[in-house]
Write a protein that binds this ligand. Structure first.
Ligand SMILES: C[S@@+](CC[C@H](N)C(=O)[O-])C[C@H]1O[C@@H](n2cnc3c(N)ncnc32)[C@H](O)[C@@H]1O
Length: 234
């Protein structure tokens, strides 16, 4: 599946499956206040697991912000937050739903992490995004992440590191077929192209980040599905 098919699907995701596309625990008919609370709960867990630095003197960028669920939670902890996403439709909706003065949203091109509104940040954060991106594209993101972070800045992101087994591949195929037949969800998950998952091993992540110049501080998580990577720019 090409990157453009994924971008195209994410852009339609809101109309096809509603806010449920943002997180498995967000139901399509959840109130916006519940969605924001789920973001705060996820961020509180992330802070506990990663020990990431927060503070009103820090600027954070969230990659793959979608509707701004996590960006809004980050705004409680950081002075300024910029959420970026490849889907213009989601960014438009994020801007409409969020009114905090210290959060802004930008459309990204899916190739580079170069927000127009800031040159550098202290924290680059991402949740439930990077396992939808293949290795070449993710490597470019990591290079840009290094350039975007100030010296001492932190790159904090979560990935599903469960191996992609034969059964998982078969389910990708089945989902594509269901989608082609007009079935937009199966077993509680969207069947659209954006949900195609890539496996990135801890060794590949560590080696790629280190080669770029990061210091990998931790690869940790309560489960493989919720693995967190914390890397710093020396
Ligand atoms: C499962 S949603 C998570 C949204 C948000 N992080 C949250 O937890 O509420 C995945 C998001 O990643 C975005 N995305 C997918 N591929 C991307 C890419 N290559 N670059 C940036 N964002 C991407 C999608 O548009 C979507 O908004």
């Amino acid at each position: 599946m090409s990157q453009s098919a994924s971008i195209e699907w994410w852009n339609k995701s809101l109309d096809e499956v509603g806010i449920h596309s943002m997180d498995k625990l967000v139901a399509a008919d959840d109130a916006w206040s519940s969605v924001l609370q789920s973001g705060r709960d996820d961020l509180a867990r992330a802070i506990t697991i990663t020990g990431m630095k927060c503070g009103k003197d820090r600027t954070a960028v969230e990659v793959g912000c979608g509707l701004g669920r996590m960006s809004t939670a980050l705004a409680d902890q950081f002075g300024e937050v910029v959420g970026i996403d490849i889907a213009p439709r989601l960014i438009e909706e994020a801007r409409r739903r969020n009114e905090l003065s210290n959060v802004s949203f930008e459309v990204a091109d899916g190739i580079h992490l170069r927000p127009a509104s800031i040159e550098q940040c202290d924290t680059l954060f991402s949740y439930e995004v990077f396992y939808y991106i293949d290795k070449p594209a993710l490597t470019t993101y990591f290079q840009d992440a290094f350039a975007l972070l100030r010296s001492g800045g932190e790159f904090v992101f979560q990935l599903n590191l469960e191996p992609v087994r034969r059964k998982t591949r078969l389910s990708f195929l089945l989902r594509r077929m269901l989608y082609a037949c007009g079935i937009k969800q199966w077993r509680g998950w969207p069947t659209g192209a954006g949900y195609r998952r890539y496996y990135h091993s801890p060794d590949w992540l560590r080696n790629t980040l280190t080669r770029i110049g990061f210091r990998v501080d931790k690869i940790t998580g309560p489960t493989a599905r919720q693995t967190w990577i914390i890397a710093s720019r020396p």
